[in-house]
Ligand binder design. Structure first.
Ligand code: PHE
Length: 493
């Protein structure tokens, strides 16, 4: 069987960029920048990009491209005892995709509601009471919210049609789904720049507060944001790299993807803070109180601002279409990471069949987030997966690539196929800087979560979060120890 391939280099970059650019660029980055020092935040952010983001992205792409397998196969080829690392990454991917798809389902509901601006009376109660119909607490499941479930099914059907022919269909989709949301963002920016107050918003976004640089929290936020934004440690970039030819360029593609991703974040910040500035002007609420992240930004603050501005219906359609397109390529990149591992293992299976089963499995796993307590579960799961799973996989990836297989060996491969040569700094980053940074983030997070239970959720609920991080990690450790003999065998040879 010949391996699936990207139809061109541009298509590969678009697909990787599509995965990287997502909700994180819109509802996490601008908020972090505003909160952690405005323009000064760019310093830790860019340092994180160069020290950790780019080298790790290069590692993942190189490993996939060299080994020509998805995450499980590639890591096993680096060293057989690390078979569990790919499994760990992919379990995490499955968990993420099942709630990320639900956020897309909310976006779809809003896209349809945009035509009538259903939220114009009270955007906050529209989101919480009408759309997600939130229950009083996580212990009250409150049954499934049918419109959201239906919307989730539609989203996964869309995702299915993006991935059903693997790289062939993904390649066709990303040509539109990656540039289009950026074009919509440009329209939104132009709209925002004609509204009063936007400059005050920009001031909060860009005015540097240098003292922020002394706060360790600012640095940890910058490093984890880079990691999350580049979709690292979930097996995606390994799978995407494995669909390139083994002599394709790596270094340039990595830099292009990473720079365009952070470029989109910076750009989105102008839209978000422009809108916040306008809201502050219009409602008299201080900017600091309006600044929000996550669902609160996309489904409460934005809808409210949109309803206040002239031509509101049109721009609401633009906004929610953009949100949907922004997220959908991240969703299907996760599906692709999972599909790659299955198709590597069972080569006789059809891509379309595997995709169908995967989308079905995701919709079943997503049901919990379509209940009336869904947002609470989403919040907990998101917190644990993007803190612990991501950091743990990241740390062991660098140990495997940098120490066990050998950073120098990988660097030689990268340089053999790339126009731009990568210096020895890369080895230092992979072997020392990244594991050190990630371990620091892990310890900081752990001590925070052990001291104060996350958001005050009940113990059983947080137990689910801990289990999501710990169980796949224990499985990984178990497989590592079980296959230890293989280490000796290999070294004997
Ligand atoms: N990179 C995506 C974003 O910025 C998030 C993501 C992380 C998507 C991991 C897939 C996997 O929104």
């Amino acid at each position: 069987m010949t391996r699936q391939r990207w139809t061109s280099r541009t298509v590969f970059v678009l697909a990787a960029l599509g995965s990287a650019v997502g909700l994180g660029n819109l509802w996490r980055f601008p908020y972090l920048a505003g909160k952690y020092g405005g323009g000064a935040f760019l310093i830790p952010y860019l340092i994180a990009l160069v020290l950790v983001g780019v080298p790790m992205l290069m590692l993942e792409l190189a490993v996939g491209q060299k080994m020509q397998q998805g995450a499980i196969g590639s890591y096993t080829k680096l060293h057989p005892s690390f078979v569990g690392l790919g499994i760990f990454a992919l379990i995490s991917s499955f968990i993420i995709v099942s709630y990320y798809a639900v956020v897309m389902a909310w976006s779809l509901v809003y896209l349809l509601a945009s035509l009538r601006m259903n939220w114009s009376d009270d955007a906050e109660s529209y989101f919480y009471q009408e759309v997600i119909q939130i229950s009083n607490g996580i212990e009250q499941l409150g049954g499934i919210n049918l419109p959201i479930l239906l919307s989730l099914i539609v989203v996964l059907l869309l995702v299915y049609f993006c991935v059903w022919q693997g790289t062939k269909s993904v390649g066709k989709v990303v040509k539109y789904s990656v540039p289009l949301p950026v074009i919509l963002l440009v329209f939104l920016l132009i709209r925002v720049m004609t509204l009063p107050g936007f400059l005050t918003g920009w001031e909060m976004y860009l005015k540097p507060v240098w003292s922020a640089l002394l706060d360790p929290e600012v640095w940890t936020a910058a490093f984890s944001q880079i990691f999350y934004s580049l979709s690292l440690a979930f097996g995606i970039m390994v799978a995407y790299g494995s669909y390139k030819h083994s002599d394709d360029d790596i270094a340039k593609d990595t830099w292009i993807t990473a720079l365009l991703d952070i470029g989109t974040s910076l750009f989105a910040g102008f839209v978000v803070f422009g809108v916040l500035g306008y809201m502050a002007w219009r409602t008299g609420t201080p900017l600091e109180e309006l600044a929000a992240s996550g669902p609160g930004l996309a489904f409460v603050v934005f809808p409210e601002a949109l309803s206040l501005m002239p031509l509101s219906g049109l721009f609401s359609v633009f906004f929610f279409l953009m949100l949907l397109l922004l997220g959908i390529d991240s969703v299907f990149s996760l599906v692709e990471a999972l599909n790659a591992a299955i198709l590597d293992r069972y080569q006789q299976l059809k891509i379309s069949r595997v995709s169908l089963v995967m989308c079905l499995a995701i919709s079943i796993a997503g049901i919990i987030y379509t209940t009336r307590a869904g947002l609470y579960f989403l919040d907990i799961v998101d917190h644990f997966v993007t803190s612990y799973n991501l950091l743990l996989v990241g740390i062991f990836q660098t140990i495997l690539g940098g120490w066990i297989y050998g950073a120098e060996k990988l660097r030689r491969y990268i340089n053999q196929v790339s126009d731009w040569q990568v210096g020895k700094w890369w080895n230092i980053s992979i072997k020392y800087v990244i594991p050190l940074v990630l371990t620091t983030l892990l310890v900081t997070q752990l001590s925070k979560d052990l001291k104060i239970p996350y958001e005050g959720y009940p113990t059983w609920a947080l137990g689910i979060g801990w289990a999501i991080a710990l169980l796949p990690f224990l499985l990984f450790l178990f497989l590592l120890l079980k296959n230890k003999n293989k280490i000796i065998n290999i070294e004997d040879k």
